[in-house]
Design a protein around this ligand. Sequence first.
Ligand SMILES: C[S@@+](CC[C@H](N)C(=O)[O-])C[C@H]1O[C@@H](n2cnc3c(N)ncnc32)[C@H](O)[C@@H]1O
Length: 353
Amino acid sequence: MSHALDNGALDEGWLGTDLRTWSQSIRNGYIRAFIIFALHETGVFDTLRKSGAQSSDELAAHCSVNRHLLDGVLHFLLHADVVLAKDSDERFRLTRRGEEWLFSDAVLAMSFGAVGAYSPILSELVPCLREEKRYGVDFEREGAYLAKGSYYTGRSNYPWVVSRLRDLDVRTVVDLGCGSANVLISFCQIDTELRGIGIDIAPRALEEARRRVEAEGLQDRIELQLGDLTDPSTYASAVERADAFNGIMVFHEFLRDGEEAVVDIFRAMKERFPGRYLLVGEFDRLTDDEFGAMPYPDRIHPLFYQHAIHPLTWQGLPQPKDKWLELFERAGLELVEVNDEFPFRLVEFILRF
Ligand SMILES: C[S@@+](CC[C@H](N)C(=O)[O-])C[C@H]1O[C@@H](n2cnc3c(N)ncnc32)[C@H](O)[C@@H]1O
């Protein structure tokens, strides 16, 4: 069957075959994206999940939000989605699908990442297309939401990574670009013997990381250090006792400075940390043909990642798995293992300096 025929069949369910359905599905998706993110961020969904049915007044008081605005968006969602119901006493509750779907990793990653962190790339698209504004100069993604979104995207890999760290006898792992330390906290919760050191360039991310590490009671096992991962001299003294380095969805950002810049980071690390391990988690780029052959709903997340986030933030384009293997080889790293059987097309590479 050709791609065009596949698309035609899927359009009926997804995009609609008439103007009315197609146009209103755009409005519907756009509004729901923001409402679902906001009701996660303000704790409204969490409250409904934990406390059961509540009126707008009760929810507004519990979550410290404006009742009038909340009542509006709850009614929108009630009639535009399948996740919310309203009882005859005017109390809202999550439907069974709401309870299951709203808290899935796919939805949390989309809410905090695509909407929370990256909505400015779309609200500023017109001035950016006209070259009146530029990402990184006039506005930026929201770092705290980014770290949260990345956590839900990457966490399905964590048990595998931690089991490999154990096999490699790693006692202390450094997380490069640790964000709010979600990765290290999860690693240390999975393996209660493991210690972690988080390095990030953003002081605000580290403040949030510190709060989280303390809230989880892990301050004895997780240290945090400001540093620039492109220059190992900025963090080398803090990681002397580490056996391995981990970077999930961080290295590709430096492809914006060209392949050689990324190879140089690996080379500099090899020179400083010979014999130690490096674990890299990166997205596997798709070709046009691969997108065309994919079922429609499965395309949207990788399309957003590859063809919206990356160009619109001027990051280097994500690369296919083979390109990563070539970059590691150019830096003289030894390949220990590759695993490409994770969701979100994340591939994990284990390397040795
Ligand atoms: C996409 S987030 C990934 C966070 C985390 N690895 C995760 O999966 O949840 C990228 C992180 O890298 C950090 N970062 C960006 N450039 C950096 C640099 N040059 N040195 C250290 N950290 C950097 C950002 O501040 C951000 O927290």
